[in-house]
Design a protein around this ligand. Structure first.
Ligand code: ZN
Length: 93
């Protein structure tokens, strides 16, 4: 597991400042176009060219360059974090 610092940006959903990434599957560093998940709200994010993050639109997960097993990890982590976040807010997933 590797922690990489990158330019500061806010999660578009929960506004949490994000300036670092932790790879859950390899010792990879984020690169433009890579996917990520906000650890506060579970929003699926994507890195811009300047390595700030933006909300990932659902059709982007159909990117043929995204292996199915990686998509499955992204969606599983997102669901787990989102469920925890919604429970904290008193909502059901
Ligand atoms: Zn968030």
């Amino acid at each position: 597991m590797r922690i990489t610092r990158h330019p500061l940006a806010a999660c578009p959903t929960c506004r949490r400042p994000i300036d670092a990434a932790t790879s859950v599957t390899t010792d990879a560093c984020p690169e433009p176009g890579d996917f990520s998940v906000c650890v506060t709200c579970g929003e699926i994010l994507r890195y811009r060219e300047d390595l700030t993050v933006r909300k990932c639109e659902a059709p982007e997960l159909d990117d043929p360059g995204l292996p199915q097993h990686e998509r499955a990890v992204i969606e599983r982590v997102s669901r787990a974090v989102r469920s925890r976040w919604l429970a904290r807010l008193g909502e059901t997933p």
